[in-house]
Write a protein that binds this ligand. Structure first.
Ligand SMILES: [Zn+2]
Length: 129
């Protein structure tokens, strides 16, 4: 008796179960120029290159509306440092750029980027006394 069952019936049942299981969340992913990890565009800071007299500079594009070549960075001092260390900015913007504006933006966050070290400096063992 069961042999008579049409194969199409079972097939449609299987495909019906499979559909609807799809991840429909669609968030654009971008790569941070600092840590090089991909993340939701929404959590990353957009940086854009602007032409200035005497060279290019990077601006923080808080409204994400500025035209021009853009790059993405986590709003995290660690990522800024990594980007500087790994030449992430010149690579992302295809040339040397000034990042004073970006550093200022991070300073406004309350985080002090590279430079002023706190008093807790670990002495290197016996190298220079
Ligand atoms: Zn990052």
């Amino acid at each position: 008796m069961y042999k008579a069952g049409s194969p199409s019936a079972s097939r449609s049942a299987a495909s019906g179960a499979a559909s609807g299981n799809r991840v429909s969340r669609h968030v654009p992913q971008r790569t941070c120029v600092g840590c090089r990890k991909r993340d939701d565009q929404a959590v990353l800071l957009r940086l854009v290159r602007v032409s200035m007299e005497g060279g290019n500079a990077v601006r923080v594009d808080e409204d994400r509306r500025m035209p021009g070549r853009g790059a993405w960075l986590h709003p995290d001092t660690a990522c800024l440092r990594l980007a500087v260390k790994r030449s992430g900015f010149p690579r992302a913007f295809r040339g040397s750029v000034g990042i004073i504006d970006v550093e200022r933006w991070f300073k406004a966050l309350g985080d002090v980027p590279t430079g002023n070290e706190p008093k807790t400096v670990q002495p290197e063992s016996g190298s220079e006394i």
